[in-house]
Design a protein around this ligand. Structure first.
Ligand code: PEP
Length: 257
Protein backbone atom coordinates (compact mmCIF):
# COMPACT_ATOMS: atom_id res chain seq x y z
CA UNK A 1 0.00 0.00 0.00
CA UNK A 2 3.00 2.33 0.42
CA UNK A 3 5.05 2.81 -2.75
CA UNK A 4 8.71 2.05 -2.11
CA UNK A 5 10.87 5.15 -2.40
CA UNK A 6 14.59 5.16 -3.21
CA UNK A 7 16.29 8.55 -2.91
CA UNK A 8 19.84 9.28 -4.04
CA UNK A 9 21.42 12.13 -2.09
CA UNK A 10 24.46 13.19 -4.11
CA UNK A 11 25.58 15.67 -1.43
CA UNK A 12 28.35 18.00 -2.73
CA UNK A 13 29.39 15.75 -5.63
CA UNK A 14 29.40 16.15 -9.43
CA UNK A 15 29.56 19.28 -11.51
CA UNK A 16 26.64 20.12 -13.81
CA UNK A 17 28.34 18.47 -16.81
CA UNK A 18 29.42 15.37 -14.84
CA UNK A 19 25.85 15.11 -13.56
CA UNK A 20 24.35 15.18 -17.07
CA UNK A 21 26.70 12.42 -18.27
CA UNK A 22 25.99 10.33 -15.16
CA UNK A 23 22.22 10.66 -15.46
CA UNK A 24 22.21 9.59 -19.11
CA UNK A 25 23.99 6.38 -18.06
CA UNK A 26 21.88 5.92 -14.92
CA UNK A 27 18.47 6.28 -16.58
CA UNK A 28 18.78 3.11 -18.63
CA UNK A 29 20.23 1.12 -15.70
CA UNK A 30 17.41 1.86 -13.26
CA UNK A 31 14.29 -0.31 -13.20
CA UNK A 32 11.03 1.17 -14.39
CA UNK A 33 8.39 -0.16 -12.04
CA UNK A 34 5.24 1.55 -10.76
CA UNK A 35 5.86 -0.04 -7.34
CA UNK A 36 9.19 1.80 -6.92
CA UNK A 37 9.64 5.55 -7.00
CA UNK A 38 13.19 6.79 -7.56
CA UNK A 39 14.27 10.35 -6.82
CA UNK A 40 17.62 11.97 -7.62
CA UNK A 41 18.87 14.74 -5.37
CA UNK A 42 21.88 16.41 -6.99
CA UNK A 43 23.52 19.64 -5.79
CA UNK A 44 21.56 22.81 -6.65
CA UNK A 45 24.05 23.69 -9.41
CA UNK A 46 23.29 20.44 -11.25
CA UNK A 47 19.49 20.49 -10.98
CA UNK A 48 18.99 22.13 -14.36
CA UNK A 49 21.39 19.83 -16.22
CA UNK A 50 19.92 16.74 -14.53
CA UNK A 51 16.42 17.85 -15.43
CA UNK A 52 17.46 18.36 -19.05
CA UNK A 53 19.23 14.99 -19.18
CA UNK A 54 16.18 13.24 -17.70
CA UNK A 55 13.78 14.77 -20.20
CA UNK A 56 10.11 15.38 -19.59
CA UNK A 57 9.03 11.72 -19.84
CA UNK A 58 11.45 10.41 -17.24
CA UNK A 59 10.32 7.99 -14.56
CA UNK A 60 12.86 9.51 -12.17
CA UNK A 61 11.95 12.34 -9.83
CA UNK A 62 14.05 15.29 -8.73
CA UNK A 63 14.64 16.80 -5.31
CA UNK A 64 16.65 19.50 -3.53
CA UNK A 65 19.10 18.81 -0.69
CA UNK A 66 17.97 21.72 1.46
CA UNK A 67 15.99 24.96 1.28
CA UNK A 68 15.43 28.18 3.19
CA UNK A 69 12.03 28.71 4.78
CA UNK A 70 11.56 32.15 3.23
CA UNK A 71 10.37 32.36 -0.38
CA UNK A 72 12.85 35.11 -1.29
CA UNK A 73 14.90 37.91 0.20
CA UNK A 74 18.30 38.92 1.54
CA UNK A 75 19.63 35.45 2.43
CA UNK A 76 22.93 35.24 0.59
CA UNK A 77 23.80 31.71 -0.47
CA UNK A 78 20.37 30.28 0.21
CA UNK A 79 17.80 28.60 -2.06
CA UNK A 80 14.02 28.79 -1.64
CA UNK A 81 11.13 26.41 -2.18
CA UNK A 82 9.78 28.24 -5.26
CA UNK A 83 13.28 28.10 -6.81
CA UNK A 84 13.37 24.33 -6.37
CA UNK A 85 9.85 23.95 -7.75
CA UNK A 86 10.76 26.05 -10.77
CA UNK A 87 13.64 23.66 -11.52
CA UNK A 88 11.31 20.66 -11.51
CA UNK A 89 11.84 19.42 -7.95
CA UNK A 90 8.98 17.65 -6.27
CA UNK A 91 10.90 16.66 -3.11
CA UNK A 92 13.26 18.39 -0.72
CA UNK A 93 15.46 16.85 1.99
CA UNK A 94 15.02 18.70 5.28
CA UNK A 95 17.00 18.37 8.50
CA UNK A 96 19.77 16.12 7.18
CA UNK A 97 22.21 15.37 10.00
CA UNK A 98 25.02 17.08 8.08
CA UNK A 99 22.93 20.27 8.04
CA UNK A 100 22.22 19.87 11.75
CA UNK A 101 25.82 19.07 12.75
CA UNK A 102 27.87 21.21 10.35
CA UNK A 103 25.56 24.17 9.72
CA UNK A 104 23.85 24.56 13.08
CA UNK A 105 20.35 23.67 11.92
CA UNK A 106 18.03 23.21 14.90
CA UNK A 107 14.63 21.54 15.29
CA UNK A 108 12.91 24.94 15.02
CA UNK A 109 14.59 25.66 11.67
CA UNK A 110 13.66 22.20 10.41
CA UNK A 111 10.04 22.84 11.38
CA UNK A 112 9.99 26.13 9.44
CA UNK A 113 11.49 24.40 6.41
CA UNK A 114 8.91 21.60 6.50
CA UNK A 115 6.10 24.18 6.64
CA UNK A 116 7.57 26.24 3.85
CA UNK A 117 8.17 23.18 1.64
CA UNK A 118 4.51 22.20 1.99
CA UNK A 119 3.38 25.76 1.30
CA UNK A 120 5.36 25.77 -1.94
CA UNK A 121 4.16 22.36 -3.12
CA UNK A 122 7.27 20.34 -2.25
CA UNK A 123 7.23 17.01 -0.45
CA UNK A 124 9.64 17.14 2.49
CA UNK A 125 11.89 14.18 3.27
CA UNK A 126 12.42 14.79 6.96
CA UNK A 127 15.66 13.32 8.30
CA UNK A 128 15.93 12.29 11.94
CA UNK A 129 18.44 10.17 13.81
CA UNK A 130 20.46 9.73 16.96
CA UNK A 131 24.19 10.06 17.59
CA UNK A 132 26.22 7.09 18.80
CA UNK A 133 26.36 8.53 22.29
CA UNK A 134 22.57 8.93 22.33
CA UNK A 135 22.12 5.33 21.19
CA UNK A 136 24.59 3.96 23.71
CA UNK A 137 22.86 5.78 26.53
CA UNK A 138 19.48 4.28 25.54
CA UNK A 139 17.97 7.54 24.29
CA UNK A 140 17.36 6.62 20.64
CA UNK A 141 13.58 6.41 20.63
CA UNK A 142 12.76 9.55 22.67
CA UNK A 143 15.38 11.48 20.72
CA UNK A 144 14.09 10.43 17.30
CA UNK A 145 10.39 10.79 18.12
CA UNK A 146 11.22 14.17 19.69
CA UNK A 147 12.80 15.31 16.40
CA UNK A 148 9.72 14.10 14.53
CA UNK A 149 7.39 15.87 16.97
CA UNK A 150 9.29 19.15 16.71
CA UNK A 151 9.42 19.09 12.91
CA UNK A 152 5.77 18.15 12.40
CA UNK A 153 4.26 20.15 15.25
CA UNK A 154 0.84 21.56 14.34
CA UNK A 155 0.59 19.96 10.91
CA UNK A 156 -2.71 18.48 9.77
CA UNK A 157 -3.28 14.86 8.77
CA UNK A 158 -3.52 16.03 5.16
CA UNK A 159 -0.17 17.79 5.39
CA UNK A 160 1.39 14.66 6.87
CA UNK A 161 0.38 12.72 3.78
CA UNK A 162 2.91 14.77 1.80
CA UNK A 163 5.76 13.96 4.18
CA UNK A 164 8.31 11.16 4.14
CA UNK A 165 10.48 10.48 7.17
CA UNK A 166 14.03 9.19 6.77
CA UNK A 167 15.48 7.50 9.83
CA UNK A 168 19.21 8.08 9.54
CA UNK A 169 21.31 7.19 12.58
CA UNK A 170 24.12 9.75 12.60
CA UNK A 171 26.70 7.04 13.39
CA UNK A 172 25.70 5.15 10.24
CA UNK A 173 25.97 8.01 7.75
CA UNK A 174 29.04 7.74 5.55
CA UNK A 175 30.73 5.35 7.98
CA UNK A 176 30.15 2.01 6.26
CA UNK A 177 28.46 0.86 9.46
CA UNK A 178 24.75 0.58 8.70
CA UNK A 179 22.15 -0.10 11.37
CA UNK A 180 21.11 -3.72 11.44
CA UNK A 181 17.74 -4.46 9.91
CA UNK A 182 16.40 -5.11 13.44
CA UNK A 183 17.71 -1.80 14.78
CA UNK A 184 16.11 0.07 11.86
CA UNK A 185 12.78 -1.75 12.19
CA UNK A 186 12.59 -0.98 15.92
CA UNK A 187 12.98 2.75 15.32
CA UNK A 188 10.66 2.77 12.30
CA UNK A 189 7.95 1.15 14.44
CA UNK A 190 8.48 3.72 17.19
CA UNK A 191 8.12 6.55 14.67
CA UNK A 192 4.96 5.04 13.19
CA UNK A 193 3.49 4.56 16.67
CA UNK A 194 4.27 8.19 17.47
CA UNK A 195 2.50 9.37 14.29
CA UNK A 196 -0.52 7.18 15.10
CA UNK A 197 -0.73 8.61 18.62
CA UNK A 198 -0.23 12.23 17.55
CA UNK A 199 -2.42 12.17 14.44
CA UNK A 200 -4.26 9.07 13.32
CA UNK A 201 -3.69 5.38 12.81
CA UNK A 202 -4.46 5.74 9.08
CA UNK A 203 -2.04 8.66 8.71
CA UNK A 204 0.66 6.50 10.29
CA UNK A 205 -0.26 3.65 7.98
CA UNK A 206 0.21 5.85 4.91
CA UNK A 207 3.47 7.47 6.08
CA UNK A 208 6.59 6.31 4.25
CA UNK A 209 9.55 5.81 6.55
CA UNK A 210 12.89 5.32 4.80
CA UNK A 211 16.13 4.04 6.24
CA UNK A 212 19.39 5.88 5.50
CA UNK A 213 22.97 5.35 6.64
CA UNK A 214 25.51 3.29 4.67
CA UNK A 215 22.91 1.55 2.52
CA UNK A 216 24.84 -0.56 -0.01
CA UNK A 217 24.11 -3.15 -2.68
CA UNK A 218 25.05 -5.73 -0.02
CA UNK A 219 22.60 -4.73 2.71
CA UNK A 220 19.74 -3.21 0.68
CA UNK A 221 17.82 -6.45 0.13
CA UNK A 222 17.77 -7.31 3.83
CA UNK A 223 16.67 -3.82 4.86
CA UNK A 224 14.02 -3.67 2.15
CA UNK A 225 12.65 -7.11 3.00
CA UNK A 226 10.99 -5.52 6.04
CA UNK A 227 7.46 -4.15 5.60
CA UNK A 228 8.24 -1.32 8.04
CA UNK A 229 11.11 -0.04 5.89
CA UNK A 230 9.49 1.77 2.96
CA UNK A 231 12.65 2.58 1.06
CA UNK A 232 16.11 4.02 1.39
CA UNK A 233 17.90 7.34 1.46
CA UNK A 234 21.23 6.55 -0.17
CA UNK A 235 24.34 8.73 0.00
CA UNK A 236 27.70 7.30 -1.10
CA UNK A 237 26.26 4.34 -2.98
CA UNK A 238 24.12 6.55 -5.24
CA UNK A 239 27.14 8.10 -6.93
CA UNK A 240 27.90 5.05 -9.07
CA UNK A 241 25.50 3.59 -11.61
CA UNK A 242 26.06 -0.04 -10.63
CA UNK A 243 25.57 0.36 -6.91
CA UNK A 244 22.53 2.64 -7.16
CA UNK A 245 20.93 0.39 -9.79
CA UNK A 246 21.50 -2.68 -7.60
CA UNK A 247 19.80 -0.96 -4.66
CA UNK A 248 16.88 0.09 -6.89
CA UNK A 249 16.61 -3.49 -8.13
CA UNK A 250 16.49 -4.75 -4.54
CA UNK A 251 13.54 -2.39 -4.06
CA UNK A 252 11.84 -3.73 -7.16
CA UNK A 253 12.35 -7.33 -6.00
CA UNK A 254 11.36 -6.80 -2.38
CA UNK A 255 8.73 -9.21 -1.11
CA UNK A 256 5.16 -7.99 -1.29
CA UNK A 257 3.59 -7.84 2.13
C1 PEP B 1 22.88 10.35 3.49
O1 PEP B 1 23.58 11.21 3.05
O2 PEP B 1 21.71 10.62 3.78
C2 PEP B 1 23.42 9.00 3.67
C3 PEP B 1 22.64 8.10 4.16
O3 PEP B 1 24.72 8.78 3.32
P1 PEP B 1 25.47 7.36 3.20
O4 PEP B 1 24.56 6.44 2.43
O5 PEP B 1 26.73 7.65 2.47
O6 PEP B 1 25.70 6.86 4.59
Amino acid sequence: MRTTLIVGNWKMNKTASEAARFVRELTSALPRDPAVEIVLVPPFTALESVRAALGSASHLGLGGQNMHWEAQGAFTGEISGPMLRDLGCTYVIVGHSERRALFGERDGDVHKKVRSALLHGLRPILCVGESLEERESGRTEPLVTGQVAAALNGLSQRELDAITIAYEPVWAIGTGRAATTEQAVTVHRAIRKHIAAGWHHDTAGRMRILYGGSVTPQNAASLLSEPDIDGALVGGACLKTDSFATIALAAKNRPTH
